[in-house]
Design a protein around this ligand. Structure first.
Ligand SMILES: *Cc1c(COP(=O)(O)O)cnc(C)c1O
Length: 467
């Protein structure tokens, strides 16, 4: 690129450079096509080639065509093919095509979704998504939504709301008075609560060790009868979807007890809350509407693009009060038609996540969401059956999209996992279940076909016992 002319002149001409954006689109489309068929993991060579990015920041500007080329030719090969059909790591969803396309438009808009006055379209789509989600999950009318980066943050928001509400009822204003000398809040959760719950508790000054851990059954579900006496200063955290086994706490029983005692219930439903959108799986989330707040990811089971976490709270005022922000220059809309996204989240400025969330929900429809959820569960069941037939042991009841696998010995399990991860045929993570190593399969991509599962089972069988 010539260095003549001002930066502004350069940027102006780049913004009108259709060929640049068409090239970027071509690269992206090539990538999407290749993701279904290619090896799931990058080769050692493509990882080594990443060193091209390790350079000092140059003094002069760089041609944007060179930039998209670098990303395509050196970045793309070093990705994991999580949008394909044979990636089963963590609980990572793929992305529904309509949402990827919508995201391109949203990128061009570059809206700030913090306030209605900054982006009426983002505010409107958020309001629509809120209505749709409340209906899909069967939550109480008036439940409010905040769009955040993921369930980690959504849980932080929900627990902040719960903590503040319990203390407010005891006559204590956390925003003003802080936590020193505040009445004591008790936290009750299952022994297998997700790591991000403990992180949120630590950040919120409630401590991640001064909690009462309730015993769990063989699937990792909280045993409701083992819960301590609850009261109106108790924060109960329950789980819709154990991150290893996929099991659901007995939410109905837990919520009933909590309600009777005046306790606050937060549901960590990162991937499992979507069961509520399926006729076949809804029973797993029975009673979930009786909770006070919920966290869930759209970027997991729903297959919306990253990053899209959702906090939901039955009492709008409580969440708004917890996320409070004031400033003389802030211009709030009125609630209802003029929704201000920053009122229900930690952030002020943030991207318009609602565009992709809305596109995903609209592209699928109620029936599509249900078919997506059921399909992930069916493929998980198929995976488990295929592995059993081939001599593997399934450690969990496969009630949702998660499958835990072991070989005959812990050593063989570990070696098999390592081989699977290196094979490029499919990718799974590892975990420890019941004190022993296990291979953890999460079927979370819309793209996973029955043939992908068969091919992955074959990969397991092929690498087993190999050193
Ligand atoms: C994934 C997950 C989280 C964390 O969600 P992020 O979107 O990664 O922040 C929390 N709880 C459970 C049960 C999860 O599966």
């Amino acid at each position: 690129m010539t260095t003549k002319g001002s930066l502004q002149q350069h940027l102006l001409s780049q913004s009108a450079d259709r060929a640049l954006f068409e090239r970027a689109a071509d690269y992206a489309l090539d990538y999407m096509e290749s993701a279904y068929g290619r090896a799931v993991t990058p080769t050692a060579d493509s990882l080594a080639a990443l060193s091209i990015f390790d350079e000092p920041l140059s003094d002069d500007p760089c041609d944007p065509r060179e930039i998209v080329g670098l990303l395509h030719f050196h970045g793309s090969p070093a990705t994991l093919a999580t949008t394909g059909g044979r990636y089963f790591g963590f609980v990572n969803g793929a992305a529904v095509p309509a949402a990827v396309a919508a995201g391109w438009i949203a990128d061009a808009w570059d809206q700030n979704a913090g306030l209605y006055v900054m982006s009426p379209i983002a505010a409107r789509l958020e309001a629509v998504c809120e209505r749709w989600l409340v209906e899909l999950f069967g939550l109480p009318e008036g439940t409010v939504m905040g769009l955040v980066s993921g369930t980690s943050t959504a849980t932080l928001c929900g627990l902040a709301a719960g903590r503040n509400a319990l203390l407010a009822r005891a006559g204590w204003d956390v925003n003003k008075q802080g936590l020193f000398d505040a009445p004591k809040i008790r936290v009750v959760l299952g022994e297998q609560a997700h790591a991000t719950v403990f992180k949120a508790l630590a950040l919120l000054g409630m401590g991640n060790e001064r909690v009462q851990r309730v015993g769990v059954d063989a699937q990792g579900r909280m045993i409701a009868s083992k819960m301590p006496q609850l009261d109106d200063k108790t924060l109960v955290i329950t789980q819709a979807g154990n991150v290893n086994s996929g099991a659901f706490d007995p939410i109905d029983e837990i919520c009933s007890k909590a309600r009777a005692a005046g306790a606050w219930v937060h549901v960590d439903g990162a991937f499992g809350l979507w069961a509520a959108a399926s006729e076949k799986k809804r029973h797993l989330t029975r009673g979930v509407q009786k909770a006070d707040s919920w966290s869930v990811d759209a970027h997991k089971t729903l297959n919306a693009p990253y990053d899209c976490g959702i906090v939901l709270c039955a009492d709008r005022q409580v969440l708004v009060a917890a996320m409070q922000a004031t400033g003389s220059y802030i211009q709030y809309g009125e609630h209802g038609k003029r929704r201000d996204g920053m009122l229900t989240t930690l952030d002020m400025s943030r991207r318009a996540r609602a565009v992709e969330l809305w596109a995903t929900l609209k592209a699928l429809g109620k029936r599509g969401v249900e078919e997506l959820v059921d399909g992930l569960c069916d493929r998980a069941a198929q995976f488990a059956e295929g592995l059993v037939v081939n001599g593997f042991t399934i450690l969990n009841d496969v009630v949702f999209n998660q499958v835990l696998v072991a070989c005959d010995t812990p050593e063989e399990t570990k070696a098999t996992l390592e081989q699977i991860q290196q094979s490029g045929e499919c990718w799974c993570g590892g975990t420890v279940w019941d004190g022993k190593p296990a291979i953890r399969i999460s079927v979370c991509s819309w793209a996973t076909t029955e043939a992908d599962v068969d091919r992955s089972v074959a990969a397991f069988t092929a690498v087993r016992g190999r050193k």
